[in-house]
Design a protein around this ligand. Structure first.
Ligand SMILES: Nc1nc2c(ncn2[C@@H]2O[C@H](COP(=O)(O)OP(=O)(O)OP(=O)(O)O)[C@@H](O)[C@H]2O)c(=O)[nH]1
Length: 517
């Protein structure tokens, strides 16, 4: 083989080998560039400056920039990495410390479940182990967050959640309604009435359990004071009555004694008179001369006249003592009568002030008037709606006329009971008079009372009344309105009355609502 050929071949081989080397280098550079690019992406987000440098490195590597040209840039990045490393170490320590602090803080909380405490202790032991990266702490952070969540749930159950708050305010409201109802049903003397008003006003305010407790205690104390006053005055009256009766008894006994003494004296006198007359008769038989007879008669007559005068005097004494006894008895009786009158008036005042309707047992008109004012004040103060409805039994007169007044009374009782039964506890019903009832719906808009009123109307219609074995359907009409800011108690009432009139006019067994203009 000639030398030229050989050299050519060697050159060609060398070229091929170089090509293979270059390809291998290029492939390896590509792999390295990809790896560096991936690594830089994995580090992304740790540090802004590092992110920027690595992004630039990725671009250069993708472009296939010479390693030589990249060297200064790589050096700069290494420096940044070093700084980052130092910062990373402090970050790791900070995270470890932060986790330990948060865990210990949770440990100090009272009322944690036992299992949670154990888990927390384990976690804190794990957190104590040193770690090279923040990432190593991630599961612990996760764990601690879960423990915090559990602790919060446990605490909520322990201290009571919102439902408890609702229950609390619901109970307060219920007690306040009960107390307001009780106060409306009680009647008190003037000094206690002022106190009662104060309690009512306090119930309009912020309803905390303290306010309610104080109101309850004050009410109890006022009731006890009133009962004591009432008992004392009753005792006083009975003592006076007793005194009066014993002095009357004494007077009767002494007048009887005087009478019997006088009667004995009178008897003696009568006997004397009779004796004198008998004596006169016998002596006149024996008289022999007119002169003798005259003297005898004159003697005897003056003796008889004396006896008669004595008798008259005794009789007068008797009459006198009887009269004085009667006088003193009359005076005593007058006194007693005056006491009884005062007492009777107190009782009738109580009845008058009593706020319950005697026939139906529900609140009466006086109670309504009082409650109406109270609810108006409450509505105005809290800017809450208040509705008032009048109800009137239809053709009630015909029940009285056809089946008698006691059937009418029974009907009123049954209807009152049904109305009260089907109303909410917070609503207020009273017998306004005759066959008319009145209802207050606190905290209700007019649109909200239509359904309950219709429900009441239906309930009444379905009551199976039977008189003299005849089924008698009874219906009721309603007129309702809402109290407005321009209203007085009277104007709202009148509007409800107008609505009731319309209900009657338009065929009865109806609910008519009349809003304020
Ligand atoms: N039994 C009884 N009747 C009463 C009582 N109070 C009022 N009334 C009677 O109720 C009746 C009312 O009659 P009206 O006002 O004419 O009305 P109504 O017959 O109900 O007819 P409308 O209201 O027009 O449907 C009268 O007959 C009263 O005497 C009561 O306490 N007991």
């Amino acid at each position: 083989m000639p030398l030229q050929d050989d050299t050519k071949k060697q050159l060609s081989n060398a070229l091929k080998a170089r090509k293979v080397l270059e390809d291998t280098y290029e492939a390896q550079f590509k792999i390295l560039a990809q790896f560096v690019a991936r690594l830089s992406l994995a580090c992304k987000g740790v540090d802004v400056e590092l992110d920027n440098r690595l992004a630039k490195l990725r671009t250069e590597l993708n472009r296939g920039t010479d390693l030589e040209k990249l060297l200064p840039f790589i050096e700069g990045t290494s420096e940044t990495l070093k700084q980052f490393e130092a910062k990373h170490q402090t970050d790791v320590q900070k995270v470890q410390q932060g986790l330990t602090d948060a865990g210990k803080l949770l440990q100090k909380q009272k009322g944690l479940p036992d299992q949670l405490r154990r888990d927390l202790r384990d976690l804190l032991t794990k957190v104590e182990t040193p770690s090279a990266t923040v990432h190593a702490f991630l599961p612990h952070i996760n764990n601690l967050t879960e423990l915090y969540q559990q602790a919060l749930q446990a605490k909520q159950q322990l201290t009571g959640d919102n439902a408890d708050d609702d229950r609390y305010s619901h109970t307060c409201r219920k007690i306040s309604i009960e107390l307001t109802n009780l106060l409306s049903e009680l009647a008190f003397a003037d000094d206690c009435a002022t106190e009662m008003d104060k309690i009512r006003v306090s119930l309009l305010g912020n309803l905390t359990i303290d306010v309610l407790l104080e109101a309850c205690l004050k009410t109890i104390s006022i009731i006890i004071t009133s009962i004591n006053q009432e008992r004392q005055s009753a005792e006083h009256f009975l003592l006076k009555l007793n005194d009066a009766l014993s002095s009357v008894q004494q007077a009767v006994v002494s007048s009887l004694n005087t009478s019997s003494e006088l009667q004995e004296k009178m008897l003696v006198l009568n006997q004397q008179i009779e004796q004198q007359i008998t004596h006169l008769g016998a002596a006149s038989q024996r008289a022999t001369s007119l002169e003798q007879l005259k003297a005898l008669v004159s003697d005897k007559l003056s003796a008889i006249a004396n006896s008669m005068r004595a008798k008259d005097k005794l009789e007068q004494q008797d009459r006198q003592s009887l009269l004085s006894t009667l006088d003193s008895m009359e005076a005593r009786l007058n006194e007693l009568e005056a006491d009884a009158l005062t007492f009777k008036k107190r009782i009738s005042d109580q009845n008058f002030r009593s706020l319950q309707d005697a026939l139906t047992g529900i609140a009466n008109r006086a109670a309504f008037d009082e409650r109406y004012q109270l609810e108006i004040k409450r509505a105005q103060r809290y800017n809450k709606p208040l509705c008032v409805a009048l109800a009137d039994i239809d053709h009630f007169k015909s029940i009285n006329d056809n089946y008698g007044h006691s059937a009418g009374d029974k009907t009123l009782q049954v209807i009152a009971k049904a109305l009260k039964l089907h109303l909410r506890e917070t609503d207020f019903i009273a017998r306004y008079g005759g066959e008319e009832f009145i209802i207050l719906f606190p905290e209700s808009e007019l649109s909200e009372v239509e359904a309950p009123l219709n429900m009441l109307r239906e309930k009444i219609r379905k009551i199976p009344f039977k008189f003299k074995n005849v089924s008698v359907p009874i219906t009721i009409s309603f007129g309702a309105t809402q109290f407005s800011s321009n209203d007085t108690s009277r104007s709202a009432f009148d509007r409800a009355d107008e609505a009731l009139y319309e209900a009657k006019k338009s065929g009865r067994d109806k609910v008519i609502l009349k809003p304020a203009k």
